[in-house]
Design a protein around this ligand. Structure first.
Ligand SMILES: [Zn+2]
Ligand SMILES: [Zn+2]
Length: 248
């Protein structure tokens, strides 16, 4: 091939097809996993309670729930509201085998994490909120397991040796098969039994707890309390999306 005879456009086209990625959401060519146009259409969680990241009407305020009882975790990272395209993608992963959406979603979370921890020390370990074994059997996989592994891969690319480790076996286990959270009312969720999880292996002092979505926060609270009892000194919560209250 005589490269001198090729037009600049042709060279650019070849370069793009060889070296640049496609957007995982709309398939257009772009440098990153998600293109700028898709990024702009995502429901960013901008106005929220500064403690638990619950979407609110006023920024930098404590929500009613945090005014009554402060959460036991140290900080919460929840870059999106659980609505619109984010809700569609997460539902697709959970209920329609849409595992190809794990990559863009964990990419988006890792970008937010890198920004959030720029001036702070990273956790030592990434754990995840697991599904009950019977649900994993039914679905064929545990989505929070697959997602947290992909998230760790993304972070490792940026952080190298500083990257939090992911234990071979998640020390947090779901031992009680409670009804799916989305089919319960808020009152039922808040009063559902606290002993659905247990910890069966040693954990680090500073732990990141990953879940795909945080709804009322009761599951996260239960797991955080267990982790603190089991020897963690600090728990940071990492979720892709936070559910807005029904009234909003
Ligand atoms: Zn796109
Ligand atoms: Zn709050």
């Amino acid at each position: 091939m005589d490269w001198k005879k090729l037009s600049t456009e042709k060279i650019t086209e070849v370069y793009y097809s060889v070296f640049l990625n496609q957007c995982y959401l709309c398939n257009t060519k772009c440098k990153n996993t998600v293109c700028q146009a898709c990024l702009e259409g995502l429901p960013l969680n901008v106005i929220h309670c500064h403690r638990c990241k619950r979407p609110t009407h006023h920024t930098n305020m404590l929500c009613g729930s945090c005014q009554t009882t402060s959460p036991t975790y140290q900080r919460c990272i929840a870059p999106y509201r659980f609505e619109g395209i984010i809700k569609t993608l997460i539902h697709s992963i959970k209920f329609h085998q849409g595992t190809h959406y794990i990559r863009p979603l964990t990419y988006l979370l890792s970008e937010h994490l890198i920004e959030s921890y720029a001036a702070e020390s990273w956790p030592d370990q990434i754990l995840y909120v697991p599904s009950h074994p019977s649900r994993i059997k039914e679905r064929g996989f545990c989505q929070t397991n697959t997602m947290s592994n992909q998230l760790a891969k993304n972070l490792k690319r940026h952080l190298g040796e500083k990257c939090p480790t992911i234990p071979k076996h998640n020390p947090l286990k779901k031992v009680k098969n409670t009804q799916a959270q989305h089919s319960l009312s808020r009152k039922e969720r808040l009063t559902s039994p606290q002993s659905s999880y247990e910890i069966n292996a040693p954990i680090s002092k500073h732990v990141a707890l990953f879940d795909d979505v945080m709804t009322t926060g009761s599951t996260i609270e239960n797991c955080t309390t267990l982790l603190l009892k089991a020897g963690a000194e600090r728990v940071d919560v990492w979720v892709i999306a936070r559910t807005p209250d029904k009234a909003h």
